[in-house]
Design a protein around this ligand. Structure first.
Ligand SMILES: O=C(O)CCC(=O)C(=O)O
Ligand SMILES: [Fe+2]
Length: 312
């Protein structure tokens, strides 16, 4: 290589080094020059991620029963959990043909739901949990009060708060539900028994105080209430009208299935691990519902509640 060529090559590479050093120096002098661009690109990335998370969460949630629809009957068969099936082996005529959840708006009338709602309000106004999730159990008499429970069958001020007419309404509704379970789950009505607790629930927007107020945790009813084999929920008010939030959600591995409460809507399901569920937080208004459940085990059977429950 000639001396001239060598020198010119050297001077080109020296120029390049100078150029890049100049650029670096400039960037150092004004570090914020690329900042808007960086903020913009990061914002785009964050928003895209949020959209992906939102869309995938949305896609995993299906509305099984909308409040605005009147559902004659809608069911979803699921695989029974092995523990549930094993336990039912010993109860002839009580094991379901299939494990499932089933929602119907045509078994219980609006009038019957209104009569029960009236009972719920009448009873619960004497109680009320500090944390806003209250129950009134027609079997044990447990009524949420403050951060505890009292037995309303023993309270002077609640003496005869429910008369035999009220208990009759409960019995008629309970019998309709029992036959609906027998029909839809393929079991003998004489082999399923009303069990405890059998209660009204009232949920407001108050912040939880005790563990009893934390109704929103996913759970299996068979674990929360060992006597349950068939859970039924009767809704006494309307989602998005009487209250906001408070949807019931079945949690499956692929999808969540939401039941929006509707007055008179009956939701029935096998109480095993196949029906893991939770209730979403109530964000406005007050939500009333009733839990009426059945067992296959005669030892857990209870008599229909009546006026003889009052302890004088
Ligand atoms: O009120 C509801 O919709 C369900 C309540 C519930 O899951 C329960 O009491 O175990
Ligand atoms: Fe539950």
């Amino acid at each position: 290589m000639s001396e001239v060529k060598k020198r010119s090559k050297q001077s080109i590479s020296t120029d390049k080094i100078l150029e890049s050093e100049e650029k670096k120096a400039k960037e150092k002098a004004s570090p914020n020059k690329n900042l808007p661009l960086r903020i913009l690109s990061r914002t785009v990335v964050i928003f895209s991620l949020l959209i992906i998370v939102y869309m995938s969460a949305k896609d995993r949630t299906k509305i099984f029963a909308k409040q605005t629809e009147v559902i004659p009957g809608k069911g979803l068969i699921i695989e029974c959990s092995s523990e549930y099936m094993k336990e039912l082996d010993e109860y002839e005529g009580c094991a379901p043909k299939n494990c499932k959840r089933y929602v119907t708006d045509t078994v219980i009338s609006t009038k019957e739901a209104d009569e029960l709602l009236n009972m719920a309000k009448r009873g619960l106004k004497h109680g009320g949990s500090l944390g806003g999730a209250s129950i009134l159990d027609l079997h044990s008499g447990a009524l949420s009060k403050g951060s505890n429970f009292v037995n309303f069958y023993k309270l002077k001020e609640m003496k005869n708060i429910f008369d035999q007419n009220d208990f009759n309404t409960f019995r008629v509704v309970k019998d309709k539900i029992k036959y609906a379970i027998a029909h839809h789950f393929g079991v003998q009505p004489t082999k399923i028994y009303l069990t405890y607790p059998t209660f009204f629930s009232e949920i407001s927007t108050k912040k939880a105080v005790t563990i009893h107020d934390e109704y929103w945790h996913p759970h299996v009813d068979k674990e929360s209430y060992k006597s349950f084999h068939y859970t039924t929920l009767l809704y006494l008010g309307d989602y998005n009208i009487d209250f906001k939030g408070g949807q019931f959600v079945f949690i499956d591995s692929n999808y969540n299935y939401t039941v929006e409460p509707r007055k008179g809507r009956l939701s029935m399901f096998t109480s095993g691990a196949e029906n893991l569920h939770h209730v979403q937080k109530v964000t406005a208004g007050v939500r009333y519902a009733m839990t009426i459940s059945f067992t296959c085990n005669k030892n857990y059977a209870i008599a229909d509640p009546g006026v003889e429950k009052y302890i004088s």
